[in-house]
Ligand binder design. Structure first.
Ligand SMILES: [Fe+2]
Ligand SMILES: [Fe+2]
Length: 390
């Protein structure tokens, strides 16, 4: 039984949650609190698996509450449930919440997010990943260049040349940034050779994601060789996905967000490789044998996938919600309920086109987005980028 605490200052919101969640009362033990301080009193009495909080509340708002929850019970899953008009306060909660859901919310989706988040939490339980991520223990797994860049960007006077000074200390990263900037110039004559230019071209979110993925590839080395898994192949796949995204991005989609998400969309596979290598080996073997995509097998086996694991980790590390969501939904974009072709759909399309022998585009979803006439052109772009790798 999972213990979940719901917090909202509007009584009718709590009432309707209570009603809608009644069918799950054998699985979820639910408590309802009308404000932050009451919620913290409840938490002091007994531990909770998850806290689901409103953002805008008088007195202590959702961001403050979740920060307190993080301090008091770092292992508790922290979910924000907020209205569309609360974008600004949601940004404030970006570093303390694991997941973001919007009101009015689909109860099935809410329960499934609670369930998956709690399951992933137990997957990473008792290891330094969660201690590091929740800030209570040693910090070896928090990527260093990534946190240096984050610190630097918090300084309003920081410029791309400050970022360049940090990056240039790492030859591998420098090469990657230049490569990425230049691949976007595919077919053009001008080459980007200065790191400063390359950084301003790729954008700071992308730069941070690049640092994160490079560090994660190193930090999450599996303890033994896993049949059917190779870090190099995964790296090549995410690089290719990012390059395809770069060329698919159109008006209405934040390119920096989409490319950043593409670079780290499969980071969950790395987490599984290092934390649950036997499990990863088993699901890879089954995927191969049944000729089905990995995420489907994972869904069958445990009810969550590497996309959930990756999103959870990135949420813990405080990445922006837009990136976390694009990672979470890269295999099932329709579940994200996005109204337009944004980062989520773009990352889905690119990651599938990077590996269409196994994966399939969600055509129903693309139809609802009104973009099926683009698919042929996208395939050409993907083929051209794939050609570059040969
Ligand atoms: Fe994936
Ligand atoms: Fe992928």
């Amino acid at each position: 039984m999972k213990r979940v605490l719901f917090v909202d200052d509007e009584p009718h919101v709590l009432e309707s949650l209570r009603d809608a969640l009644r069918p799950w009362r054998r699985e979820l033990s639910m408590t309802f609190a009308a404000n932050g301080p009451t919620a913290l009193d409840e938490l002091a009495l007994e531990p909770y698996d998850a806290v689901v909080s409103d953002m805008r509340m008088p007195g202590m708002d959702g961001a403050e509450l979740l920060r307190e929850v993080q301090r008091a019970q770092p292992a508790t899953v922290r979910i924000v449930l907020s209205g569309y008009a609360e974008i600004e306060s949601v940004a404030r909660a970006a570093t303390v919440a694991h997941r973001f859901l919007s009101k009015p919310c689909d109860v099935d989706e809410l329960v499934s997010v609670i369930r998956r988040s709690c399951d992933i939490n137990s997957l990473v339980e008792q290891d330094e990943l969660r201690d590091a991520a929740s800030g209570t223990g040693r910090l070896p797994s928090v990527p260093r260049l990534y946190s240096d860049l984050t610190r630097m960007m918090n300084d309003p006077d920081a410029s791309t040349s400050d970022a360049a000074r940090l990056v240039e200390q790492d030859a591998g990263m420098t090469a990657k940034v230049l490569q990425l900037a230049n691949s976007a110039f595919f077919g053009r004559t001008r080459q980007v050779s200065e790191l400063d230019d390359a950084i301003s071209y790729v954008g700071l979110s992308t730069l941070k994601a690049l640092a994160l993925s490079a560090d994660a590839m190193e930090a999450f080395q599996p303890a033994f060789e896993i049949e059917g898994f190779s870090i190099e192949r995964l790296q090549a796949h995410t690089d290719l996905t990012a390059r395809i995204v770069r060329r698919l991005v159109t008006a209405g989609c934040d390119g920096d967000t989409a490319v950043a998400a593409a670079l780290i969309h499969d980071v969950g596979i790395l987490v599984l490789a290092s934390r649950a290598p036997d499990y990863l080996a088993a699901v890879l073997e089954r995927a191969e044998r049944e000729d089905r995509p990995l995420f489907e097998i994972e869904q069958d086996e445990r009810g969550f996938t590497h996309a959930d694991v990756g999103a959870h980790l990135l949420g813990l590390w405080g990445l922006p919600p837009a990136i976390v969501e694009a990672v979470a939904y890269h295999h099932r974009p329709a579940a994200a309920h996005g109204p337009t072709m944004g980062a989520i759909t773009t990352v889905h399309v690119a990651s599938v086109l990077a590996d269409e022998s196994v994966l399939k585009l969600d055509m129903g979803h693309l139809e609802r987005m009104g973009v099926t006439d683009q698919v042929a052109r996208w395939r050409e772009i993907a083929a051209a980028e794939q050609e570059e790798d040969r």
